[in-house]
Every structure is written in C-alpha cells, then in structure tokens.
Ligand binder design. Structure first.
Ligand SMILES: Cc1ncc(COP(=O)(O)O)c(C=O)c1O
Length: 333
C-alpha cells in the first residue's frame, strides 16, 4: 500500500469528511447498511474531530496560548493520538494520561507524536465516577497544580466535543445518505459522537432511531464504555435521551466480527468498529438505511489480535496488505 506522510498544512484540513461505504454482507433488498469510516481522519480516528474542536474552542476563548500552554488529557488512546498530533501541529506541548492496558501500538504512536505519557492502572476506558478513575484524577491533579501552565480540554464534559459532531459528522451523514438514514448505531465513550450526531439527525427527521452500542462489562474494547460498570459522563448525560435503544455485545461477539468483516468485506477494522458491526447484525430492522460509526481501523491492534487469536502476526500483515478502505496516511508530526 502506498503511504502518504502528512505535512503540517494538509493535516488539519483533512479532519472530517470521512467516507461512508456500503456493507454488502449485512444489506438486503429492504435494508441498506453503511459504515462511516472515521479511520480516514488524519490521526486515524473519530477523536480527531473532538480534539480539533476542543483546541480551537479554547483558543477562541483565550484559554490557551501557542508555544506556552501544555495540554493534558486522560484518554484510553484515540483522543491522546489526536491531541498529540493536532495540538503539536498548532504549537502546544501535550501530556497524556493513559491506562496501561491501552494497546502498545497506541502508546507508541502517542510517544512518536512527541507527547509525554503517564500510565495508570485503570481499565481500558477511564471510568468516570466517584473514586474509580485514576487517569482523570492524575490529569486533574497535575493540571490544578499549575493552572497557569496546564489546560485540560476535559472531553467528558466539553461542549466543543459535542459540537464537532453536531456541526460536522451529523451533517455529513445526512448528506451522504441523501436524507434517507433511518437508524444510527454507535459506541459511546464520552458521548460526544452519539449526542452530536443524533441531535443533528433528529432535528432533520425526528423518526430516525439511535441505537447505542455497549460492550459487555469487563470488556476489551478500547474506546467504548459499559454503563453498568462505569458512570455516564456529563457530556452524555446532557442529552442521553437521544438514545432510543441499547444493545450489548460480548468480547467474543466483537472479536468474531473482526474476522467476519475481513472475510466478507475485506476490511481490517478495530475492536470497537467490529462491536458496532456485530450490533447492526444482531438488531432486528425490517426496512431502512442504517449507518454505523467505525471509529477507527485495525492498524493499531496487531498485538491484541494475535493475543486474541484472531490473526497471527503474519496473517495480520497479509490482511493489512489486502484490506480495502484503509487510509494511506501515516500519522506523524
Ligand atoms: C474507539 C472509539 N473511540 C471513541 C468512540 C466514541 O467516543 P465518544 O463517545 O467519546 O465520542 C468510539 C465510538 O464508537 C470508539 O469506538
């Protein structure tokens, strides 16, 4: 696969406007299924949108200054990569607090983008809620010790995270489906994606149904949250009524879907995208146009997929060469 190395100038312009592809393996005469491929953002995930919007918002409000402010954030991975990449391009130092269980590849990318990293023994997604969340506690304590120097975007309550999807991803999906979307599926981390997109879509057509996808408790799905074991973030709570229904997917179902999607669609997807695919497959829909968010692709999960016996290292390398719809952009600053 030919790769393209990003230059500073084109990276920021390439946030958003991600492609949508039809999933032939799920579609039939009555229902068309599509995946919105957020792995095509310049730093490889849906989180480029939140990171960019939160930094721009803080700049516009005069909360941060290029060359001076250090951006610090607790994250299970993708927000760390996005902030490290984007904030660096804009002239900020970045410090990331990350659960040690996040994938090795994720940590390497964050380090290669020049961010400092602190590891905590949290679960995969920081558990927002009383006393359980070491990443958030550590980031907060570092930031509050030097408020003149540090700024934490706090994706769990920052309205700009919602707005990136309300003004970007939602309108893109509406346009890409020519207003025909009937059902929307996504996993939930902070809730920015689900609330931003659903709020916009329901304003266009209140009949559109949103199905929230959650992994089982004690899950292995980087980026997603199970609300029986983890409190709901403030950002999600503000608009939680946008979710019409929930579906829970087990680790086993999610990892089986990683393999199935490669076999049937020739796509190499992330565990969270496979979780959304498994949910779209399981949830009964008799007619309509269905869109699921594939928040990132499979490139960061070689080690996890070998551990889970989905692809050996050799199979993974071969799959990556054969895979369709993988972005050809290399993340670097
Ligand atoms: C890997 C990953 N990160 C983030 C998200 C969405 O996160 P948020 O709710 O924080 O917008 C998802 C949702 O599908 C995801 O799969």
């Amino acid at each position: 696969m030919a790769t393209k190395v990003l230059t500073d100038a084109d990276a920021l312009k390439r946030i958003g406007n991600t492609p949508i592809v039809k999933l032939e393996s799920l579609s039939n005469d009555k229902v068309s299924y599509y995946a919105k491929l957020e792995g095509h953002n310049p730093f490889g995930s849906v989180k480029d949108r939140a990171a960019f919007w939160m930094i721009k918002d803080a700049e516009e409000k005069g909360k941060i200054t290029r060359g001076q402010t250090i951006i610090i954030e607790p994250t299970s991975g993708n927000t760390g990569i996005a902030l490290a990449g984007i904030a660096n391009l804009l002239g900020y130092q970045v410090e990331i607090v990350i659960p040690e269980k996040a994938s090795e590849e994720t940590k390497k990318i964050i380090a290669s983008l020049g961010a400092k990293m602190y590891e905590t023994s949290d679960d995969l997604c920081p558990k927002v809620g009383a006393g359980t969340d070491q990443s958030i506690a550590l980031a907060t304590s570092i930031a509050s010790s030097r408020p003149d120097k540090y700024f934490s975007p706090n994706q769990y309550s920052n309205e700009a995270n919602f707005l990136g999807h309300y003004k970007g991803t939602g309108p893109e999906i509406w346009k890409q489906t020519e207003g025909k979307i009937t059902h929307f599926f996504t996993g939930v981390g902070t809730g920015g994606t689900v609330t931003g997109i659903s709020t916009y879509l329901k304003e266009q057509n209140p009949k559109i149904k949103t199905i929230g996808v959650q992994p089982q408790q004690n899950h292995l799905i980087q980026g997603l949250r199970n609300f029986e074991e983890s409190a709901k973030p403030d950002l999600f709570l503000r608009r939680e009524n946008v979710v019409d229904d929930w579906i829970t997917i087990t680790n086993e179902q999610a990892f089986a879907a990683v393999k199935e999607i490669f076999q049937k669609e020739k796509m190499l997807v992330s565990p969270s995208s496979a979780t959304v695919y498994a949910a779209m497959k399981k949830y009964p829909i008799s007619e309509g146009v269905v869109v699921g968010i594939f928040a990132d692709d499979g490139r960061k999960f070689k080690i996890l997929y070998a551990q889970q016996k989905i692809f050996s290292a050799e199979e993974f390398d071969r799959a990556l060469k054969e895979a369709k719809h993988v972005s050809n952009i290399v993340y670097m600053n």
